[in-house]
Design a protein around this ligand. Sequence first.
Ligand SMILES: [Zn+2]
Length: 410
Amino acid sequence: MEFGSVVGQSIAEDLSKSVDDSSSGCVEFLRDLVTIPSPTRGERLACERVMHEMEELGYEDVHLDEMGNVLGRVGSGPRVIAYDAHIDTVGITNPTHWKYDPFRGVISEGILYGRGASDQKGGLASIIHGVAAAAKVGIPDDLTLWVIATVHGEDCIGLAWKYMIEEHDFRPEAVVIGMPSHLGVCRGQRGRMELEISTQGVSTHVSHPEHGTNALYSMASILMSLPKLNSSFEKDHPIFGPGSVAATSIGSRSPSLTAVPDECTIHIDRRLTIGEIPADAAAQLETLADVQETNAHVRVLDYDLPSWRGLVFPTHKVFPAWEIPEESHTVQAALATAQAVLERVPRIHRSAFSSNGCITAGQFGIPTIGFGPGDEIHSHTVNDQISLAQLKPAMSFYAAFPHVYLAKSE
Ligand SMILES: [Zn+2]
């Protein structure tokens, strides 16, 4: 590893050997994790498996918080870095669409197939084993490294971090997210928010529709105006592009199918680029001419479903965009680490997804980077998979990053 010049040749060689020794254990662990279904709010068994692995590998303070996130620690210095990957996955609709059983952990030609392999169990397994490999060599004295398997990653990304920061004042100086970045360095993502727009009408018998006001017809004009809104967003970004808006579902209320509906509601997904303020995005919808003319109501949605441990931590469904400058210390340390591990200039990863970075960096301003094995083009698909060849470089990155980060900040 070239980073010997940054952290010292003997540490670099020891880390490299320690990762080599741990890599087969990482594959076995990942395979096991993939065989344990962990849909959002049903992560219990996977969390218990993660705790067991951490304990076997010698992590300290392995525990669950009240929400159900798993935390484990190595080192006990004053400077704190956190590694995070979400343990939950999206579900399975039709298993017959899958080439391989999504919960068997099938490996074929160096690829591990299964739900969550890319998003983010591959990152999580590599973090847990990469950090353990680093701990065997020795964590720098002034460092505490927390490894966290977070919940709610798929249905309310960022909630776990909002909880840990607001309720436990957990504020590490840097966060590394094991996202499927295909071994590229991610330093920002678009944000998102969920809203609904509802129109009100007056119900009447359908045989005399002219006696009422049809809430569906009022909504029709609003719906047709949404696509045009996409070309009106002023903020753009060289990496992430502009924001976007889309209606994703529609529903109406009527006393009967023989009555004019008196309410219609659409669900809106609004992607936010860097510099777009969530309140402004809501105001854009409120001031649409068709919304004004129909007296429609715009509302930011809330999330208040209980975690697998029963904790309810209500939040607005607002997940800000985030960007950490390329010249920042954290990004420079990540790029240097990736370059040493990959032995080439690393890519800056353009993620189309969202991650816990929306809260750590977007809301709380904690320097955050994403790096991990797997490619997001496979995430949420019936071909969910990860190339096993990417696990070792990812482990090496997680093992080496703290050394480079600390050495560069001296
Ligand atoms: Zn996902």
